[in-house]
Write a protein of this length. Structure first.
Length: 48
């Protein structure tokens, strides 16, 4: 029997299941932890 270990953090964009890369400052939702692909043109606050 194998056990899988899921490590995070994960992208918080709707429908995305990729590992998170950065924290962005979203104008409507505040700071969000997302992957590089979902970061778009938003200001990057810090790396994860």
């Amino acid at each position: 029997m194998s056990t899988a270990v899921l490590e995070g953090p994960w992208c918080s964009a709707l429908g995305c299941r990729d590992p998170a890369d950065v924290v962005i400052d979203h104008p409507e939702h505040g700071h969000r932890t997302v992957c590089d692909d979902c970061a778009g043109d938003h200001e990057v606050v810090r790396d994860v």
